[in-house]
Design a protein around this ligand. Structure first.
Ligand SMILES: Nc1ncnc2c1ncn2[C@@H]1O[C@H](COP(=O)(O)OP(=O)(O)OP(=O)(O)O)[C@@H](O)[C@H]1O
Length: 264
């Protein structure tokens, strides 16, 4: 479903600030794979997500989604393949529109040809049922402006909207990092539910190692622009934070930076 083939990206090439952000990255995901991505600050995690979404283009290498080479497609041209939730709860939704209006926009994406008039009631029922799956009672607040919602509620709505079109790839970019622990836990649960419901192929960047272990069937660790560790389904079931730290030490010959967020 997703094939990242020898991606290379350097920022500020030829200047004193030159930085190799991605150093020949390879990643292949089968349909339904859910990979969690961890790594220290500046490892290249966001750059990799930006490559997949088309926000950045690689200097070398190719990206395939559902068998299509999308390397040269601009972000809006590959939006049909991708759902994305950002760290900032304000980023994925329109605050001056109601919950229902936000959902209607997300629902209509990629459905232009299939959209028929006169299904409003049906659609509203679908929105309600979908909102119920979040367990936040937002189905009773369809006419509330999204700007009035808490960060957690907004992030849950962003997740629902990102998955509405059944994207080929769901990108989660530290989407629980800005929330307090209980709201983050709730969004983690909702993520599990929504991804499992549609068996979405998912790439989730997180600084929270426990979350990286709890979610998904695969895990990768990045460092200095490289994928330095890939953990498959079976191994992931028995993986622990100390084991991960040990692996890092073995590969890099140094301790994983003592980053409080990474270890939270
Ligand atoms: N637009 C840019 N211009 C110049 N350098 C950049 C740019 N974007 C990222 N970088 C650099 O590329 C490297 C990888 O950055 P990236 O944001 O992908 O790391 P990350 O793993 O997501 O880090 P963090 O966990 O801190 O968000 C870093 O050294 C960063 O400073």
């Amino acid at each position: 479903m997703l094939k990242i083939d020898q991606i290379w990206k350097v920022f500020n090439e030829g200047t004193p600030d030159e930085k190799v952000a991605l150093d020949h990255i390879d990643l292949h995901l089968q349909a339904g794979d859910f990979v969690t991505v961890i790594g220290s600050n500046g490892a290249g995690k966001s750059t990799m997500l930006n490559m997949i979404s088309g926000a950045l283009t690689p200097d070398a290498g190719d990206i395939y989604i559902a068998g299509n080479n999308v390397t040269k497609l601009k972000e809006h041209e590959r939006a049909q393949y991708i759902g994305r939730v950002f760290q900032d709860p304000m980023a994925g939704t329109a605050p001056s529109m109601t919950i229902e209006e936000n959902l209607a926009i997300a629902y209509s994406r990629n459905r232009r040809r299939r959209l028929r008039l006169g299904v409003t009631k049906e659609r509203r029922e679908y929105f309600k049922t979908s909102l119920e799956t979040l367990g936040l009672h937002l189905e009773n607040r369809m006419n509330t402006l999204v700007g009035m919602l808490s960060g957690g509620e907004r992030q849950a709505l962003s997740l629902l909207m990102a998955t509405f079109t059944n994207p080929n790839i769901l990108l989660l970019d530290e989407h629980t990092a800005a929330l307090d622990p209980s709201r983050a836990a709730s969004i983690t649960d909702i993520t599990k539910t929504l991804v499992e419901k549609d068996q979405l192929t998912t790439v989730m960047v997180t600084h929270n190692m426990q979350q990286a272990l709890d979610l998904g069937n695969r895990l990768i660790m990045m460092d200095k622009g490289q994928i330095i560790l890939e953990v498959g389904e079976e191994e992931k079931k028995t993986l622990t934070i100390p084991k991960l730290m040990e692996q890092f030490q073995k590969i890099r010959g140094e301790q994983l930076v003592n980053d409080a967020a990474l270890l939270s």
